[in-house]
Write a protein that binds this ligand. Structure first.
Ligand code: TXE
Length: 495
């Protein structure tokens, strides 16, 4: 299978030729987080290239929007098949580029293929409406695409998040310009190459580069809707750019989710799932269950069990089938996590295991961190409030239901959470009180197609993964039709 080593932006159905001048300034290396090896070189898109990509999307817009729902659905089914045919290769590219174990990235690729199929089905039933106001007047409520969608994706789950944005944006009739993160762009570039066999040129364009490229996309006057997943700081900039031009934007900005464990929890499942909810993707996951709230009656026994499980997680090469913990994405991310570990120790929290960088042999070349467990964490402390984005679990004891809800809601974020109890009524009651977009009861981290995913408060707004996303990427047009010749005469004298 062909493996490309140098990439540039993908515009109107092909990778543009590399800029001849200042090539070195605009070329960046994409490194494998596991060992620092060079996976590829990628040319950054400057404002001129961003403009070309948006222009290509504009030019393709009318024809794509003009296709029927059924036609667009058929194309997306074909795209899903084309991606499925290359799923193993894509999973391995994603594993090397993000450092995440291939057993994880295979799940991502499968979920992305499923997302395209789900949306391809959903768009067929995402029908327009006819509302009858009087016997002879109607609103024909038609859904129209916005035009060009600017999509910005982070490095933790690039392929999956790209699919969550592209599938509904395209199905709704928008053309797209997508910007992957500079740290892990390869799977999205490969997606574009594969999509080229089924999508008309210009319908899907990829621009490569860092925040400058992203900012150029957000401020481009011909981008009609923005969708962003990433940090709160950058999200606020994207929202400001959208406000400046009065275009809609959808934001998914991370979280500090609480996973609440009552003494009557299905304990065996909870104790497998709680570590997974923070160690999957090495904790670099917006919905990570990064605060574990444990009832005081089972607190010490749960801690003992967690320490055992954290110590048994197998770190290693992302491409090794037995690896369950990969490296962090970059040295910068490692330093960030390291500073939070120090902060946790200074705050008086009890460090039960981990906290150090893994070293020795192959680990010396990557950014591996030991699974890290803090107990007795003060709910107001920095490590309980800020998104660490590493394999660091903060365990907090609670007394009763009300106390647990208070702690869970003591956060500026509102993305997700979990409740573990065999008392189903309590599970739902607590879930309703937690101010987040998703609460799992006796589960964590599953986001199958059809689960609306998105945040409350500083975790952002807008929903992905469910067919609601088709509405997010559509605007409704109300065509009011009268069948009557009789005027509504405001000026007639009252009889
Ligand atoms: O994120 P950024 P970074 C959190 C996590 C992590 C921190 C920093 O805590 O440690 O953010 O990560 C593009 N206009 N999350 O710096 O900057 C950028 O090129 C437009 C949580 O990588 O938000 C990339 O494509 N775009 C998050 C994307 O934004 C801009 C996942 C995300 O990068 C831009 C990732 C600008 N001005 C990090 N500046 C989650 N919600 O899961 C940068 N970008």
């Amino acid at each position: 299978m062909h493996e490309q080593r140098t990439y540039s932006s993908f515009i109107h159905g092909s990778f543009i030729s590399a800029p001849s001048q200042r090539a070195d300034e605009t070329r960046r290396q994409v490194l494998a987080p596991a060992d620092g090896s060079i996976l590829a070189e990628v040319y950054d898109a400057d404002v001129t290239v961003v403009d070309q990509a948006v222009q290509a999307a504009c030019d393709a817009s009318a024809a794509w929007a003009g296709r029927s729902r059924t036609e667009r659905s058929d194309v997306l089914f074909s795209l899903a098949d084309a991606l499925a045919a290359e799923s193993e290769r894509l999973a391995r590219i994603e594993a090397r580029d993000t450092g995440r174990p291939v057993v994880e990235t295979r799940e991502d690729v499968a979920a992305t293929v499923d997302q395209f199929r789900y949306v391809a089905s959903a768009v067929r039933v995402h029908q327009d409406e006819l509302v009858q106001h009087t016997p002879d007047s109607y609103s024909m409520i038609e859904r129209e695409p916005y035009g060009v969608a600017g999509l910005i994706v982070p490095w933790n789950f690039p392929f999956l998040i790209a699919g969550w944005k592209l599938a509904p944006a395209l199905a709704a009739g928008n053309t797209c310009v997508i910007k992957p993160a500079e740290l892990a762009p390869l799977s999205i570039l490969e997606l574009a190459r594969i999509a080229d066999s089924v999508l008309p040129p210009g319908v899907l364009n990829v621009i490569t580069g860092d925040g400058r490229t992203g900012a150029a996309l957000c401020t481009h006057p011909r981008v009609d809707i923005l969708s962003f997943t990433g940090s709160p700081e950058t999200g606020r900039r994207v929202a400001a750019a959208a406000a400046e031009r009065t275009v809609p934007c959808l934001l998914e900005l991370g979280g500090k989710s609480a996973n609440i464990l009552f003494p009557d929890a299905p304990m065996e499942k909870a104790l497998v799932t709680a570590p997974m909810s923070i160690l999957f993707a090495s904790g670099q996951m917006c919905n990570a269950g990064s605060r574990l709230l444990v009832h005081e009656d089972v607190y010490e026994s749960v801690l003992e069990e967690l320490v055992q499980r954290f110590r048994s997680i197998r770190p290693g090469d992302p491409l090794d089938e037995t690896t369950r913990l990969g490296p962090l994405i970059s040295d910068e991310q490692w330093r960030r996590v390291e500073s939070y570990v120090a902060e946790g120790q200074n705050s008086g929290a009890r460090l039960l295991c981990g906290g150090r960088r893994l070293t020795g042999g192959a680990f010396d070349r990557g950014y591996y961190v030991e699974p890290t467990l803090f107990a007795d964490v003060d709910p107001d402390s920095v490590i309980a409030q800020e998104e660490i984005f590493g394999p660091v679990l903060c365990v907090i004891p609670f007394r009763d239901e009300a106390h647990a809800v208070d702690i869970a809601n003591n956060s500026v974020y509102g993305l997700a959470g979990g409740v573990w109890t065999r008392d189903w009524a309590r599970g739902v009651r607590v879930a309703r009180q937690i101010r987040t977009g998703t609460v799992w009861v006796n589960e964590y981290n599953l986001v199958p197609s059809g689960s609306p995913f998105g945040g409350y408060r500083q975790s952002g707004f807008g929903r992905e993964v469910h067919m609601h996303a088709l509405s997010e990427f559509s605007q409704t047009k109300n065509i009011f039709v009268s069948l009557s010749d009789k005027p509504v005469d405001w000026y007639a004298l009252e009889q």
